[in-house]
Ligand binder design. Structure first.
Ligand SMILES: NC(=O)c1ccc[n+]([C@@H]2O[C@H](COP(=O)([O-])OP(=O)(O)OC[C@H]3O[C@@H](n4cnc5c(N)ncnc54)[C@H](O)[C@@H]3O)[C@@H](O)[C@H]2O)c1
Length: 265
């Protein structure tokens, strides 16, 4: 059976860790040539070495997504060596735990530079190459913070905005055969979440309809679906992968509050 991404070239940002690393592995297993881009050189090169040892096609690219010149260099290199780019997963992201009153302009600029400007300049840079190849698919990793009033202000702003510009890009690039969709993970057990206080992780578990956090694979399989021709009529859409946190979280909070009230009565 032909693998789903045989002959395709896939660029994943933030591929050295967490969800990006799992996505790189799954794309490679499905036959893609994966360009694993990250600022974390050692971990990125280790991933690529591991994939190559397993007979997969993968290469590492040093890319700080906030830097448009680095984007231009990486995409020019992909064009020179592969002549095409079929998929971009804008996965790189950083968190910042501050609310509005604690924000600094430096912190704000850092988060929006990586989490918002990064994907935007990425889309802008890859679109001409994708268009020359007849089209492609871009998957932007937003968050449930892009659907709610999450208490991390800069992160929330960037993820809401990424959700919006995904729809702008879907409209702008449609004539070139490029689809653009956003994915909104809930709490997923990666180094980003593992670094949170245990009480915050426990709250996610308590309020989640599924009563657990998700795995990187549970996001990655959905990313592959949106990247593949299986989703050829899907563009400008948002796919929430949160175990029911957004739809059921408020109901769960009420349920828990009334159970606590009954216990105390
Ligand atoms: N883990 C979660 O619960 C969760 C929930 C919702 C959304 N997300 C989003 O999913 C994406 C992946 O997160 P993760 O949980 O796998 O995190 P992670 O911290 O494990 O991985 C993030 C990767 O991005 C890389 N990175 C950071 N800054 C970069 C930059 N400037 N340029 C290139 N690479 C950079 C890091 O080196 C790292 O390899 C992020 O966009 C994150 O906001 C995560």
């Amino acid at each position: 059976m032909t693998r789903r991404f045989e002959g395709k070239v896939v660029l994943v940002t933030g591929a050295a860790s967490g969800q990006g690393a799992v996505e790189a592995r799954l794309f490679a297993a499905e036959g893609a040539t994966v360009v694993a881009a990250d600022v974390a050189v050692e971990a990125g090169e280790a991933l690529v070495a591991d994939l190559s040892a397993a007979g997969r096609r993968a290469e590492f690219a040093l890319l700080d997504v906030a830097d448009e010149h680095q984007w231009e260099a990486v995409v020019a290199d992909i064009e020179a060596r592969h002549r095409r780019l079929d998929v971009l997963v804008n996965n790189a992201g950083v968190g910042d735990g501050r609310g509005i009153v604690d924000l600094s302009l430096t912190g704000w600029d850092r988060v929006l530079g990586i989490d918002l400007w990064g994907p935007v300049v990425g889309m802008r840079t890859v679109a001409p190459l994708m268009a020359r190849g007849g089209g492609g698919s871009i998957v932007n990793i937003s968050s449930i913070a892009g659907l709610t009033g999450y208490d991390h202000a800069a992160y929330t702003a960037s993820k809401w905005a990424l959700r919006g510009v995904t729809k702008t890009a879907a409209s702008e690039f449609a004539e070139h055969g490029i689809r653009v969709n956003s994915v909104h993970p809930g709490a997923i057990m990666t180094p980003m979440v593992a670094g949170m206080p245990q009480e915050a992780i426990d709250s996610f578990v308590r309020l989640n309809a599924n009563r657990r956090v998700g795995t990187p694979h549970e996001v990655a399989w959905a990313v592959l679906h949106l990247a593949s021709d299986e989703s050829s009529f899907t563009t400008g859409a948002e796919l929430v992968i949160d175990g029911g946190f957004v739809p059921a979280g408020a109901g769960r909070a009420l349920e828990l509050a009334s159970a606590t009230a009954k216990e105390g009565a």
